[in-house]
Design a protein around this ligand. Structure first.
Ligand SMILES: C[S@@+](CC[C@H](N)C(=O)[O-])C[C@H]1O[C@@H](n2cnc3c(N)ncnc32)[C@H](O)[C@@H]1O
Length: 310
C-alpha cells in the first residue's frame, strides 16, 4: 500500500515559510524572472500593458486579457514571480509532493491545468532542481504539461530554457510541454491522465466552473476514472472566494461539490480520492528584505486541498 494513503488528513498551519531548504532561494527564483523577462521589464510600455490586462480581467474578459505576447509577458512579469515563490514553498511543504520530486529513480509526470502563466512550472522547477542538486547522477526526470486556453507558449518556453540552462543538473531531466487548448473540451488522450503523478488546478477551478459547469464536473469525473492509484491532485483558490452553485433549493460552495465528486458523500468517503492535506486559509508572506524585484511582490492568502487517488 502506498504509504501516503496511511496518512491522516491534517490541517496545515496557517502560514507557509518564506523559503525552505527544499526549494531554490527566493532571490534565485526572482533572478530567473529578471533575466528571462528582461525585455518586458525594461519596456517603456510595461505599465500600459499591465493596465490593459487589469481592465480586461476586471471585466472578466479573460480571452482579451491574454490575447497578445506583450500582454501575457506583462501579466507574467507582474504576477508570476510572487506566485512562484508561494507555490515553491507550498510544494516543498506538502510532504507527498516533495517526496514525489525527491524520488531519485523514476520519471514523474505533472499536469498543470490553467498553468500557462508558468508560476507552477517555475515552482516545480525550484523544488525539483534543489532536491536533485546533490544527486547529479540521478536518472529521475520531471515532465510538466501545462494546458491553458490562452497561448502562453513563449512565456513557458522562455522560463523552461532558463531552468534547463541554469538550475538542473542535466537539461533533459526537466521538460515542459505547453498545450494551448480548452481543458474542458480537450481529449483525455491528449492529457494522458493515466500517466500522471500530480495534477494541479491553482486559481483555475472557479474560472472553469464559471465557464462551463457540466463540463467541469465531467473533467473531475475523468480524473477519478483515469488517474492512477497514488496520483496527487492539488486545488488552490483565493481563501473564501469559492463561488456557490444552487442545487434544488439550496446553495452550496463549489468546494462541497468537488469534494462530493472526488471523495464521496459526507461521512461515506466512497469516492476515488482521499484528502491528504488541506487548509481553509494559509498565508504566504514576502520577506521584502530578502528579495529585490522591480515590481511589487504580493502576499497571498489561499485555500488548498491535496487529494490522493485511492
Ligand atoms: C487566474 S489564472 C491562474 C494562473 C496560474 N494557475 C496561477 O496560479 O498563477 C487562470 C488561468 O486559467 C486559464 N483558463 C481559464 N479557462 C480555461 C480553460 N477552459 N482551459 C484551460 N485554461 C483555462 C486562464 O487562461 C488563466 O491562465
Amino acid at each position: 500500500m502506498d504509504r501516503r494513503l496511511k496518512r491522516e488528513p491534517e490541517i496545515a498551519s496557517d502560514a507557509l515559510p518564506f523559503t525552505t531548504q527544499d526549494c531554490m532561494e527566493p532571490q534565485k527564483i526572482i533572478d530567473l524572472f529578471e533575466v528571462s523577462f528582461k525585455h518586458i521589464l525594461q519596456s517603456p510600455d510595461l505599465q500600459d500593458y499591465i493596465q490593459l490586462v487589469k481592465g480586461d480581467l476586471y471585466n472578466r474578459d479573460y480571452l482579451t486579457a491574454f490575447n497578445s505576447d506583450d500582454k501575457r509577458f506583462a501579466y507574467a512579469s507582474r504576477w508570476t514571480p510572487a506566485r512562484s515563490l508561494a507555490y515553491a514553498s507550498l510544494f516543498a511543504s506538502l510532504e507527498p509532493i516533495k517526496e514525489l520530486m525527491e524520488d531519485p529513480e523514476s520519471i514523474k509526470n505533472v499536469l498543470c491545468v490553467g498553468g500557462g502563466a508558468s508560476s507552477e512550472l517555475v515552482a516545480l522547477g525550484a523544488v525539483f532542481c534543489r532536491l536533485k542538486e546533490y544527486n547529479s547522477g540521478s536518472p529521475s526526470t520531471l515532465n510538466i504539461k501545462l494546458i491553458d486556453i490562452a497561448d502562453w507558449s513563449k512565456v513557458a518556453n522562455n522560463l523552461t530554457t532558463y531552468i534547463k540552462e541554469n538550475w538542473v543538473y542535466r537539461p533533459e531531466k526537466f521538460n515542459s510541454e505547453f498545450i494551448c487548448d480548452d481543458v474542458l473540451t480537450a481529449s483525455p488522450e491528449s492529457l494522458n491522465l493515466e500517466s500522471l503523478n500530480l495534477v494541479t488546478l491553482l486559481f483555475t477551478t472557479n474560472e472553469l466552473f464559471a465557464e462551463k459547469r457540466k463540463e467541469t464536473i465531467k473533467l473531475f469525473q475523468q480524473f477519478s476514472s483515469r488517474c492512477q492509484k497514488g496520483c496527487l491532485l492539488l486545488i488552490a483558490e483565493s481563501a473564501g472566494s469559492y463561488s456557490h452553485i444552487t442545487i434544488g433549493e439550496r446553495k452550496f460552495p463549489i468546494q462541497f461539490l468537488i469534494d462530493t465528486i472526488l471523495v464521496g458523500k459526507p461521512n461515506e468517503n466512497n469516492g476515488a480520492w482521499e484528502i491528504v492535506n488541506q487548509s481553509e486559509s494559509t498565508w504566504y508572506r514576502i520577506n521584502e528584505k530578502e528579495v529585490d524585484y522591480p515590481m511589487k511582490l504580493e502576499n497571498m492568502r489561499f485555500f488548498y486541498r491535496l487529494y490522493c487517488k485511492k
